[in-house]
Design a protein. Sequence first.
Lengths: 337, 359
Amino acid sequence: MPLLEVRDLHVSFETRDGTVRAVDGVSLAVDRGRTLGVVGESGSGKSVTALTVMGLTRLPNATISGEVLLDGVDLLGLTGDDLRRVRGKRVAMIFQDPLSSLHPLYTIGWQIVEAIQAHERVSEKAARARALEGLREVGIPNAPDRLSSYPHELSGGMRQRVMIAMALVLDPEILIADEPTTALDVTVQAQILDLVRELQAEHGTAVVLITHDLGVIAETADEVAVMYAGRVAELGPLTGVIDGAEHPYTWGLLQSLPSAESSRSEPLHPIEGSPPSLISVPSGCPFHPRCPYAMEVCPREVPGLLPTTPGHAVACHLPVSTRRAIGSEVRSQEAWA
Amino acid sequence: MNERPAGPLAIAGNGAAPRRAAPLVAVEDLEKRFPLARGVFLGGGRGQVHAVDGVSFDIPRGGTLGLVGESGCGKSTVARLVTRLLEPSGGTVVYDGKDITHRKPRALRPLRREIQLVFQDPYSSLNPRRTVGAIVAEPLRLQRIGTRSERRSRVREMLEVVGLNPEHYNRYPHEFSGGQRQRIGIARALITTPKLVVADEPVSALDVSIQAQILNLLAELQGQLGLTYLFIAHDLNVVRHVSDRIAVMYLGKIVELSPAEELHARPVHPYTEALLSAVPRVETTGRERLRHRVVLRGDPPSPVAPPPGCRFHTRCRYATEICSAVEPPLVDHRRGHLAACHHPLSTDARPAALASRTA
């Protein structure tokens, strides 16, 4: 049994403009010590899926169905103290923008101590010692001084380290990281990704890494879920999804990237059109209006996420042989193959 | 004194006669200092940020110079100096043979037709209360070009050129997606038929599939309209895809300036090497590659108090004593491949330094 399993999750929000179907039948799983990369563009439902796992989408206008199983216990059914015992303690989350996730008026030390004392009965002194140890572990220089620093006194990379320290200080089983490096410079991004990897190896934490950057996925994930319009388009092991991509949307993402080897004289191969509004998601396969291989069946029927090889599943009406043929052609054109 | 290589900064490759045509933009020893206002204590911590410190480059007509660097390196300030939205504290900006370094706003007005900007955020750079037609026509109106109806037909043409439906003339920005909004911003920049377009992170706010659409559009338009681009971005792969030459900035200075493919293939400056190796790539060998990755320690130092000598020495794995004492000049290492480093990674100029460094 996987550590965390999301089964047929649906999340929609009633708004003035209509019903927003943010997550529409998503199933995912992640094991201890593994990294699940979730990749997709804005509005693909990747963040709403993560927030729902944390119980953070329970708004008056939200409708949530499905299951989020942590060690077999459905988190969607937990409320009050039961939920609080899981959130932060067993499942921790870090966000894109550390500046808006940290309270500007309290010191770093105060905020980490608060997080510890919210879950464990320990003295202030013991909590402070653990906060210090946490800051050291994430590589913050002058950690004792930093305990009394305010968030604005730190750089973006240091703030994200503080967030990671705060998330990991209670030794959670799962760390959900939603675009943790998007706001950071590339050299700092490399530092943070390395840090997450090291800490994961040390503690055996399962990581769910949400990003729009396929490059980040390629360097960190064990399994990959490609999301589009609230659904999983392709799911499988890293090499299967990146090198053996079988969904036209995944091909489109890979071909859109300017690579280090592509020639300047050749135009890029973008995906035509733009991602759909989640209020009026196209019928059938939501990708069909932008898909160069769309067939007659595509606007009519929603394709199921069906296995193509063990562990690798694809939601596409194209026959498997056609997908593999086009897939290998796409790969041979691209420098990333 | 700012050392410059003897030869002109022509595009390397054919190596023979360098281009003699005057560049559209020539920037020489450009400087910008901002005073530090410290709250109400005006007399107290008075200091200044040296945001741009001795930057020189040319952009040939119809060419693209890519400018890369991390946040705070001064690349956006360079954009604002070249377009004269800011006045330089030192150095010169020569546009089309004319020195515009200290021109007064009124005298700059005619040039605003020829020099246009495309911004990063297609949400905040379009006025939400004006129609697309009015937004795109604005530069024509300000420049008093054409009659109302002439302007209207020009706007429709332009919307079509950038791949938007001319019928959407009367819609408002919120009715468009991010990529479409960026197309509106591009239409507005091109409506006055400029010669120079300065694009400051034009695709970094867009989804990857849309990024590729906009990059293709910019390339097409350059070919059609003979545009010259100064293209600023932090994504090295994006910059490489659009640029003839790339300048890498660190803490207000250009540390490397080279033909685009050459920069990627054979970086000379250790900072460029680290930047290149930090970009995550889609390759099976991703995990393999991690082992060879250069991960820089720490954050970029504050531009208020840059380190002495080579500004990169505090984070450089090759740094020696000389680096903290003497500032390295920007010199030519290989036919127009310039870099400012005491320990160049690959060079025709001083192979001995390379050998001793790798030992």
